[in-house]
Design a binder for this molecule. Sequence first.
Ligand SMILES: NC(=O)c1ccc[n+]([C@@H]2O[C@H](COP(=O)([O-])OP(=O)(O)OC[C@H]3O[C@@H](n4cnc5c(N)ncnc54)[C@H](O)[C@@H]3O)[C@@H](O)[C@H]2O)c1
Length: 438
Amino acid sequence: MLESLLHRFRAHRAVVGVIGMGYVGLPLVLRFAEAGFKVIGFDSEEEKVRALNTGKSYIRHCPSESIGRVLASGRFAATTTLERVPECDALLICLPTPLSPQREPDLSYVVRMAEALVEHLRAGQLVVLESTTYPGATNDVLRPVLARSGLVMGRELFLAFCPEREDPGSEAFTADEIPRVVGGVDEASGDLAEALYQQIVSRTVRVRDARTAEAVKLTENIFRAVNIALVNELKLIYSRLGIDIWEVIEAARTKPFGYMPFYPGPGIGGHCIPIDPFYLTWKAREVDLSTRFIELAGEINRAMPGQIVQVVQETLNERGRPLKDARIVILGLAYKPDVDDLRESPALVILEELLRRGARVDYHDPFIAEIPPTRRHKALTALRSLAWEEVLGGNHDLAVIATGHGKVDYAALCRALPLVIDTVNICRSIAPDNVIYA
Ligand SMILES: NC(=O)c1ccc[n+]([C@@H]2O[C@H](COP(=O)([O-])OP(=O)(O)OC[C@H]3O[C@@H](n4cnc5c(N)ncnc54)[C@H](O)[C@@H]3O)[C@@H](O)[C@H]2O)c1
């Protein structure tokens, strides 16, 4: 069984099922379909499935043309039910793994899916979890649920963890250039998962088991969270000392060893960096340990939006203007440049806090026409992006650049508005004198 599955993977004759057609799942569909595999996409949202089956994308970096192409090739179809699971040789789970309101890992999407899969699984299938989770989750949580199928793990059914490593919005690397880390719950599962991913990336990194692969993913994201917190703290200190943090970083990064640049900003966002580290915090408690670096980094990063609001208030105050009724426009709501994703975006916190303090706030984001419902910012639902012409209309007292999108004309912004607070250093090359770097 193992040999025939290996052969199907290597010959690109396998059928790959991708469960969850979101930011992780949809690019994965394209990778496998473009490599010649037949791919079935599973998602519970009918609207998404309908869009995909008519060649329409809802994710900016997965163009509709690419979806149209794989549809036309007959190698891709999406569905809302699990009836086609038996057709798949591999099932890649790309479902959300959020934190609960008590900041504990919420694996309910993954567990409920595993429970539903049990009825449809057959001998000779590989299941891979791609969703971020804590060390041990694939083996200790997913494996016992899948075992209810009666299939023998490692002989009839195979299970591995292979974390997604995408850098949304960045064109620095193509997807096949980013190595994939793979770990199985047993040797055979690891072999199979490695063979499968070798077909879509130029390098796989095999680790001894799924737990290690899970720890790799968390380590990468904790590293980012902690280093971003460090530069955010340095920014506050240097700013008080009259030293420009951006100039410091540019100079420090010329050291060819022992230093890697991270940049300050208005806080951290996205589905990963603000959330994943706390998966380890929760797991560490099980062994009576605390994750002090993670907690401290979280505290510093979460304080950043408030610090920007403080700068806005002080800047207006110094010019004899109260924050109340001040007209402010926020540039960039997405959590990072050139993406249409505003999950956990610190810009939302800034927007909400400025409104709470009585300012009249608009936003402009070329990628986010309207704020969708969010769990934490219900009051902002349905707020619409101000047209660019209106931003330049001169009706605002101040702009706050929260995210620096490539296609926004910041020079025009600086000409049109009396004051600009730049939290991401994007106006530096334009060098107007009405910009405050916060
Ligand atoms: N977005 C990233 O850049 C990124 C990077 C690395 C890792 N991850 C991890 O990957 C996982 C998925 O993240 P994402 O950003 O793709 O999430 P997402 O919310 O964009 O996508 C999840 C998809 O699952 C679908 N879904 C929800 N419940 C379902 C169900 N019961 N059956 C079928 N489909 C269902 C949703 O409709 C959605 O399309 C998370 O664990 C995340 O931490 C994300």
